[in-house]
Design a protein around this ligand. Sequence first.
Ligand SMILES: [Zn+2]
Length: 378
Amino acid sequence: NSGMRVTPSPFQGHFCITLADQHQWGGAFKSGTSNSPCGPHPARPLHNDLLLRPSEVKAKLRFAALGIALLYLHLHGVFGESSYLQRALEYVSRSLSLKPARWVTLPVWRRGARGLHAAAPERGEGRGSLPDDCCTARAGFLYSLVFINQQFRPGEDPHPICDAALASGESLAKRNRTQDQSPLMYEWYQEQYVGAAHGLAGIYYFLMQPGFVAGQDRVQSLVKPSVDFVCQLKFPSGNYPPCVGDERDLLVHWCHGSPGVIYMLLQAYKVFGVKQYLEDALQSGEVLWQRGLLKKGYGLCHGAAGNAYGFLALYKVTREARHLYRACMFADWCMNYGKHGCRTPDTPFSLFEGMAGTIYFLADLLQPMRSKFPAFEV
Ligand SMILES: [Zn+2]
């Protein structure tokens, strides 16, 4: 699970995407022509690649179809072309014909597919004996509720899911006798993961969303001290461990390390107004800049595009151009997709590991203030 890394080259001043260029750049994406001073939109050749390999996409369809549908829904939102919406519906239809997953996971979630098809989940699902993390369980389910509320009709109530997540976290903290350090605790496969995908930071990011937990007093008394517990796990470098008790400062991914913890820190800053959270988030941004280009590839979960979303998160809060610049530099890296000797992901076209996620990120750069890490940021 360790990845080789390279350090980004310092600012050379050659990367020319400005906010003013973005409109032209967007046109270059749609037409496939180079009518922008930046050349064609870098996502365009990648998108062509995705279109030209339907059989390979099909081979991984079971995992990739819903994520690719989300990509096309996003492209429709950014560019307004109905053909993207049509393609999204095609992928959803294919995924609905697949067998349901054993757990409620977002990437392979049939009910999520029905959500894209405008049907809401039944109330209360997700209250049973599920894990709590973002990728496979309750926190991911919460995102799906948000998605349905945003896309279709407000009214799906997150309180029962949050109540279950809080009860589960309190129970484990008491069982482990760690409630004095952290009132909440969560495990995945008997490990106390820290990062956004399977761990504490991803769960707390959702539990701090306005209106998710019923009663601000519980956010103060349970969630805030648990967030503080994660904060004190920070390495001297500013990075965070993959698991509680793991002393190896190795992984800088959205799934493990500061690129995922940054969302928890920024949300804590918004909710509690404590400057230290913002300072820790800014330090995470420095870790990202120093160590965030990954030989693991260009994807979202453990790749350059996913790490670049951390810069966009910082940009949205601080409005400081340097964070947007850094995101653009990572986009520059992604433009040379496949030319750095990076490992091919297990699911090379999927949203979370593969090409669909990279395209999603490159399209999001056209609207940085509205950008959101897909299937995660609320
Ligand atoms: Zn990952």
